[in-house]
Design a protein around this ligand. Structure first.
Ligand code: GTP
Length: 701
């Protein structure tokens, strides 16, 4: 069986936005207009098809990305009339769940960024935008909620330029706003679109004329200029003053290539809630966002090495797919969501997981339509699908042809900032707790599970208070574990104060085979964020090459365990300068022990410097509460970095240690009658101020 939709007609997209901008509503509308569902659930009645974990229903927010498929025939443009397959991943807007955003961005080819027309770019839209930049994701923007009082299309477009440094190109202009949002001008086709009725009806063939034409001509000119920057034909016609010769096809081609090259961002508008503008957005998704085949190949590494390899984006190539999400389901068990990059997978295909070295047989394959599944015999390059029967797979793992192994670029490393101790209520519950945590950690690489060496308690580390709260709640609802939970604490780290030279000799002669290893290491601080920098500075042959990785492994293990209170040691440079072996007693194990012990001794002598997570906080508050908000931030050891007007409100950005941010969002709401909002993300790990060392040790105790 071959594919039903050609790969050029695929669009794998994400919908990304600030919380409450309307992603879920928009996704519902897309499914409605693409014929997937007919009775639309409204978010507030808790019946939408995309948000479906009980936890999401309860909180009214989207925690887990659900993948779904829709089909669309664009009415205009070069692909008019051809059926396109749009795979959509709904991504959450809350910053505590960045991992969900990251993993979606990793597997998508393009995104629709949704803004609230009355707010323009908000702090969290900024965070998500930067992540999309990091992953090189081409975007179009949908300015939603044009039906709301205070909706302002021009302000929103401007905020894209001013706050994000983007090059927004309006391809539409709204006719009216708020209750008078009656239609829009399609600036590419120069046609008036008039909305008709409550069900998304419209007419779109009237030419633009009269006063309206006068009004939109400057915008049309801006659009043409932006297209001239990226397209030689448009440029030529533009400089020769032959504006009337510039065709719709010219502009669409230019917009598409500018979007793919990420030099411009087409901007559209509408109201998801009122079902206005959604069909035009779908046309734009097809016309401007990339197909998987716009990339000829995907990059990866040969497993266990840094050697680059690429795989063609083609059904005939050896299979390579990335596991971007795990889920467990009562009826079918573990589900692994895959993005297929190359080749064809069938039920029964044997795949290698280079991360574990294990071969796995694909059980069943399914396409996900929100919470409905469609079983299929095979999936192809470009598909997003769910696979059953794969064991021991973690989020971010590659699954590939055993005869053509490859590791695709995985997800970025997430730095946890908050810790929580959990305990089973009875010894009988312990196995359930452990199983639950193991499953949740495999699903969510931003959750770390460790054990406090002193108290023996299980320690969860995560991206924020809410992240860990949700984990605890999922333990209860999905695994039936009522864990005893401590107070959330800051996830501290240590680094080193200076560089020292350390020798360590590991000798064991009594009982069993002997062990001998001697290493001399220079151990000191490395730049922030470097992790472990390990350099072999010995002259060739001092220590046989095959034993050197064992030393590094010993060092890394000791750093992860840390020296005090289970606080990991980070950002350390280790130079191996000398060592000795013994003819038969020098094993990798002996060198791992020597590496580990040398590091611990060195760290004791060099002295530890405590590091704390310092968050970048963005608060939007009505002016009346500004003084109070600023006073509170400084009482929390916050450093205000900037302030700006945002309509009638003020937006404050500050850096505040995580230690002083527990319960901040709740307290902020309290002191501002619920009218201020805050978002935060990790800025950097910074040294704990000297004066606070004592209180930090208290907090750790
Ligand atoms: N007036 C108006 N309200 C809208 C529109 N779209 C969504 N909303 C409302 O805005 C609120 C948030 O919408 P959601 O779709 O849940 O937003 P979201 O961005 O998915 O939020 P999370 O899933 O929590 O990240 C809901 O009350 C919607 O009814 C719109 O076009 N106009």
């Amino acid at each position: 069986m071959s594919r039903t939709t050609r790969i050029e007609r695929y669009r794998n997209i994400g919908i990304m936005a600030h919380i409450d901008a309307g992603k879920t509503t928009l996704t519902e509308r897309v499914l409605f207009f693409t014929g997937r569902i007919h009775a639309m659930g409204e978010v507030h009645s808790g019946s939408t098809e995309m948000d479906w974990m009980p936890e999401e229903k309860k909180r009214g927010i989207t925690i887990t990305s659900a993948a779904t498929t829709a089909f669309w025939e664009p009415r205009h443009g070069r692909a008019a009339g051809a059926l396109h397959r749009i795979n959509i991943i709904d991504t959450p807007g809350h910053v505590d769940f960045t991992i969900e955003v990251e993993r979606s961005l990793r597997v998508l080819d393009g995104a629709v960024a949704v803004l609230d027309a009355s707010q323009g770019v908000e702090p969290q839209s900024e965070a998500v935008w930067r992540q999309a930049d990091r992953y090189g994701v081409p975007r179009i923007v949908f300015i939603n909620k044009m039906d709301k009082v205070g909706a302002d299309f021009a302000m929103s477009v401007k905020s894209l330029e001013e706050k994000l440094g983007a090059n927004p190109v309006a391809v539409q202009w709204p006719l009216g706003d708020g209750a008078d949002f009656l239609g829009l001008v399609d600036l590419v086709r120069m046609r008036v679109v008039r909305f008709d009725g409550e069900d998304g009806g419209f007419s779109d063939d009237a030419p633009v004329s009269g006063a309206l034409l006068e009004e939109v001509l400057p915008l049309r000119l801006k659009l043409i200029e932006a297209c001239a920057d990226v397209d030689a034909t448009v440029l030529e016609k533009f400089v020769e003053g032959r504006l009337e010769d510039i065709t719709v096809e010219d502009l669409e081609r230019a917009l598409r290539s500018g979007t793919l090259a990420r030099t411009l961002v087409p901007v559209l508008c509408g109201s998801a809630f009122k079902k206005k503008g959604v069909q035009m957005l779908l046309d734009a998704v097809v016309n401007y966002l990339p197909a998987p085949s716009d990339l000829a190949s995907v990059e990866g590494c040969v497993p266990g090495t840094d050697e680059k390899v690429s795989r063609p984006v083609s059904d005939a190539a050896p299979p390579a797919a990335l596991a971007f999400k795990l889920m467990s389901d009562k009826s079918v068990g573990g589900i692994v969501f895959l993005r297929v990059y190359s080749g064809t997978l069938r039920a029964g295909t044997v795949l290698l997981n280079p991360a574990t070295g294990r071969k796995e047989r694909v059980g069943r394959l399914m396409f996900m339509h929100a919470n409905r599944r469609e079983e299929v015999a095979e999936v192809h390059a470009g598909d997003l699908c769910a696979a059953l029967g794969l064991k021991g797979v973690r989020t971010g793992d590659t699954l590939c042809d055993p005869d053509a192994p490859v590791v695709l670029e995985s997800l970025g490393v997430m730095e946890p900032v908050v810790q929580l101790a959990v305990e089973a209520r009875s010894p009988g519950e312990l196995p359930k707790l452990e199983e639950g945590l193991q499953r949740l950690a495999a699903e969510d690489p931003s959750l770390r599970v460790g054990v406090d060496p002193e108290s023996g308690q299980v320690l969860l580390s995560g991206m924020g208070e809410l992240h860990l709260e949700v984990i605890v709640e999922r333990l209860r609802t999905e695994f039936g574990v009522e864990a005893r939970v401590g107070q959330p604490k800051v996830a501290y780290r240590d680094t080193l104060g200076r560089t020292v030279r350390q020798e360590y000799r590991h000798v064991r002669q009594s009982g069993g085979p002997g062990q001998y290893a001697r290493v001399v290491l220079d151990v000191g601080p490395a730049p922030r964020g470097a992790g472990l920098v390990f350099v072999d500075a010995t002259k060739g042959g001092t220590i046989p090459r095959e034993l050197i990785p064992a030393i590094e492994k010993g060092v890394a293990g000791a750093m992860a365990r840390g020296l005090r209170d289970g606080v990991p040691l980070v950002d350390v440079e280790v130079r191996l300068v000398d060592g000795d072996t013994h003819v038969k007693d020098s094993t990798p194990q002996a060198f791992a022990v020597a590496g580990s012990m040398a590091l611990q001794e060195a760290a004791r002598r060099a002295g530890l410097v405590g590091l704390e997570p310092v968050m970048e906080v963005e608060v939007t508050t009505p002016e009346a509460f500004l003084g109070d908000v600023l006073g509170d931030l400084s009482a929390r050891r916050g450093r205000v970095l900037g302030m700006e007007a945002k309509g009638p409100a003020r937006s404050v950005s500050a850096r505040v240690p995580m230690a002083r941010l527990f319960g901040y969002v709740t307290s902020l709401r309290g002191r501002t009658q619920g009218r201020a909002q805050a978002s935060m993300r990790l800025g950097a790990y910074e040294p704990v101020p000297e004066a606070l060392h004592a209180s930090v040790s208290e907090a750790r105790a």
